[in-house]
Each structure stands twice: as C-alpha cells, then as structure tokens.
Design a protein around this ligand. Structure first.
Ligand SMILES: CC(C)=CCC/C(C)=C/CC/C(C)=C/CC/C(C)=C/COP(=O)(O)OP(=O)(O)O
Ligand SMILES: O=P(O)(O)OC[C@@H](O)CO
Ligand SMILES: [Mg+2]
Length: 247
C-alpha cells in the first residue's frame, strides 16, 4: 500500500486522520525517537517531519532514529529542498499555490525531480495554501509569498479548484506553525463543498476541541505541531486522536 492509500484508508475508517509534525530542531536524537514511538502508540495516522528553517545538524540522524521507532508512515514536509531525503516513506511534494513565487510553484521541483525519482521515494502532489492568520508566520516569511486573506473563502476556493484541476492529490490549508488563528471553518467548508481531493489543515490548532471543529467543517486531516513540542503528553495526544477520529 502506498502512503497516499494509507492516508485515504484512515480517512475512510475514521471521520478524519491525524498527523503530528515533528520539528527537526525541537529535541535531541533520543527524545525525538521516543516522541515518534509515543505518537504512533497513541493512534496517530502519520508523522510529518520538517521545518521552514533548520538550525540543527542532526536532521538526518534524527530522521533515521525516529523512522526506526515509528510504526506509522513518516512523511517529509520539506521547508526547503535541502531537506529532501530518501529516509522517509513519502514526501509531501508541495507546490505553494497560494503564492506567486515561481521557485516554490515549480522551480525547486525541477531542481530535485531526478534525485527524487532515482531514490524511488513516493511523492504526494500537494497544493499548499498559506492562509493569513494574525502575525506573519515563518512559512509566510521564508516562502516570500502573500497568504490568502482569511475572510475570503471564495478566493481560497478558486485556488483549491485550480489545484484540483491541475491534478494535485491533496490540499494543505496552512495557517502557519504557531499561528494566532487556525484556518477559518468557513474557508474549509466552502472548499469541501466543491473540491473532491482530501484537505489537510494545520497551524495554530492547540486544543482537541479546535481540531474537532475543523473536522466538522470538513477537514480530512488535522496536523498539530507546536502544542506537543514541550512534552510527550500522551493524554493530550490521545485526546487529539479521539477528537479527530470521532471515536
Ligand atoms: C517538494 C519540494 C522538493 C519542494 C517544494 C517547494 C518548497 C520547499 C516549499 C516550502 C514551502 C514551505 C515554507 C513549507 C513549510 C514547511 C514546514 C515544515 C513548516 C513547519 O513549520 P515551521 O515554520 O518550521 O514552524 P516553527 O517556526 O514553529 O518551527
Ligand atoms: O505548530 P502548529 O501551529 O500546530 O502548526 C502545524 C503545521 O500546520 C505547520 O505546518
Ligand atoms: Mg520548525
């Protein structure tokens, strides 16, 4: 089964799937591996690994260790092409379709396409849409793009439809890591009314209740990052799994 099929299966089995983003800079190697073990045992559906800005030299060593420790797929969520690696089960092959930066729409992909093809790693074509969420986020600043206005669901819908028509297999509605406000429910529900490909949303989701709201608005996958970064809070992880899966 491909990782994409695994995600679709999670989506069929539950109301929505739950993924946890591991920041490559957040913990030392042993703790990173232990965190991956805790995440997979809590019942999450996949682990995302990556960041907008990496400052730690242990990027690959940590990835190898956490991959070994995890029973669920590990998916690269690259903040830059320097993070492209074959030590993952799949790569979110992101094109930043909310922006007009040609490098993040197609340029970086051309640069890495042959390397990725040779490695044989699965790619999941992902239409990545940054949404305005209060303060400027790292992803917004680093990508050098303007996010979609949060109060314009129809503008977001036009981007989502264009992404679907271009053949992306999944959309990522991103408020940005640590966002003040997550992607609005109205934007998610408007997109889900017309778009058939699955929708991931993340950024600024700090409670299981908020995650649940996004699922009820129609999100197919929920991502959390920062809220679990400070401790291996198994209770909170399990509460997120429950709220997202709808059990
Ligand atoms: C698929 C390939 C090869 C390239 C695609 C083109 C690229 C690199 C797009 C990157 C777009 C981008 C900025 C994505 C964000 C990635 C990410 C993992 C963000 C996670 O959060 P951080 O912004 O690191 O949050 P913190 O500041 O909380 O650490
Ligand atoms: O760290 P948080 O705010 O949970 O965001 C996670 C993810 O959507 C960032 O790409
Ligand atoms: Mg980071």
């Amino acid at each position: 089964m491909t990782v994409y099929e695994h995600l679709l299966k999670a989506r069929e089995t539950y109301q929505a799937g739950y993924m946890v983003l591991i920041d490559p800079d957040a913990r030392p190697i042993k703790e990173t591996a232990e965190f991956a073990r805790v995440i997979s045992r809590a019942g999450a559906d996949a682990i995302l690994y990556g960041g907008s800005l990496i400052t730690d030299e242990g990027f690959t060593d940590k990835l190898i260790a956490l991959h070994e420790a995890s029973d669920i797929p590990v998916i690269l969520f690259p903040g830059s092409i320097g993070q492209v690696t074959s030590h993952v089960d799949a790569i979110l092959y992101i094109s930043v379709i909310s922006g007009r930066n040609p490098n993040l729409l197609i340029g970086e992909h051309v640069t890495t396409a042959i390397q990725i093809k040779r490695s044989g790693v699965e790619t999941i074509p992902t239409g990545y849409m940054l949404v305005e969420s209060g303060k400027v986020t790292t992803a917004e600043f680093i990508s050098g793009t303007r996010p979609l206005p949060a109060h314009k669901p129809e503008l977001a819908l036009a981007h989502a439809l264009a992404g679907e028509m271009l053949g992306f297999k999944i959309l990522y509605l991103e408020a940005g890591s640590g966002a003040e406000r997550p992607v609005p429910n109205a934007m998610i529900s408007t997109i889900k009314k017309y778009v058939r490909i699955p929708v991931i949303t993340g950024g600024g989701i700090r409670t299981p209740e908020t995650a649940r709201e996004k699922v009820l608005a129609g999100a197919d996958f929920i991502v959390t990052g920062n809220v679990l970064e400070d401790s291996n809070n198994t209770d909170l992880l399990e509460a997120f799994v429950k709220a997202v899966h709808g059990e």
